[in-house]
Design a protein around this ligand. Structure first.
Ligand code: HEM
Ligand code: HEM
Length: 181
């Protein structure tokens, strides 16, 4: 354990965690409402919202990643078996991996489909792939698959948090809730 490790999540880490949870809910809603993106899909508000919120999630996850490196928190669950700790750690790392890489793949697909990416129409962001670039169209498929994999991982993650709280009576869930609760 590094000397700078603390045993509890800081208010910032908690705020970032729950901000991303809320943003992911909005993001899947926009993904469901969005039309299938094809070569001739016209821009629309729901597509713009999907791109904008997606970029916000990417930015918040990048901040969270750096914050986590600066203030690492070891897994608590003292009664947990080694395989449970390994599963928890792997799940957390995969969630980070998907949320840091997959939005960029979606962005590449947007560019390949000639759809502009901006932050709520206020800040224009550059295209990161050429129109119809093959790699970026494949990236779009990976983006969708990765986001469905994310849902499975989050399902596992939430089930584990609730299991530790209600079945094992451990403080796992409280570690991520505001200290006043
Ligand atoms: C964490 C953030 C994101 C999540 C959870 C997410 C989720 C999803 C999901 C579930 C789909 C599939 C929708 C369907 O099956 O109809 C999708 C498609 C798509 N998303 Fe995202 N997305 C995110 C970020 C982004 C970003 C940042 C962009 C672009 C700037 C983007 C662009 C796209 C595009 C272009 C598609 C269609 C892909 C294709 O057909 O090739 N997404 N997204
Ligand atoms: C989109 C949904 C979610 C994502 C992406 C997510 C992601 C993460 C990640 C990456 C961590 C590792 C610690 C960190 O870096 O902050 C974490 C920790 C945690 N999450 Fe979530 N989470 C989600 C939803 C939830 C929900 C709904 C709950 C509660 C039911 C929850 C409870 C926890 C708890 C208790 C921890 C601390 C685990 C520990 O260190 O002992 N999460 N979450």
């Amino acid at each position: 354990m590094s000397t700078s490790s603390v045993r509890v999540y800081s208010p910032t880490a908690k705020a970032l965690h729950w901000t991303v949870v809320a943003l992911i809910v909005v993001q899947f809603a926009t993904a469901f409402l969005m039309p299938d993106i094809g070569p001739r899909t016209p821009p629309s508000t729901v597509i713009d919202l999907h791109f904008s919120f997606g970029v916000v999630i990417l930015a918040v996850m990048a901040i969270r990643f750096v914050h986590g490196l600066l203030y690492p928190v070891p897994l608590e669950a003292s009664a947990a078996r080694p395989w449970e700790r390994l599963l928890a750690m792997t799940t957390h790392r995969l969630i980070y991996l998907i949320l840091l890489v997959s939005p960029v793949l979606g962005w590449a697909s947007a560019s390949a489909h000639r759809l502009a990416v901006s932050l709520f129409g206020i800040v224009e962001l550059p295209a990161i792939a050429a129109p119809r670039a093959h790699w970026a169209l494949v990236a779009g498929d990976i983006h969708m698959l990765a986001m469905w994999a994310l849902l499975v991982l989050v399902g596992l993650h939430v089930a584990a948090a609730l299991y530790h709280h209600f079945m094992r009576n451990e403080d796992t869930l409280k570690r991520m809730l505001p200290s006043s609760l």
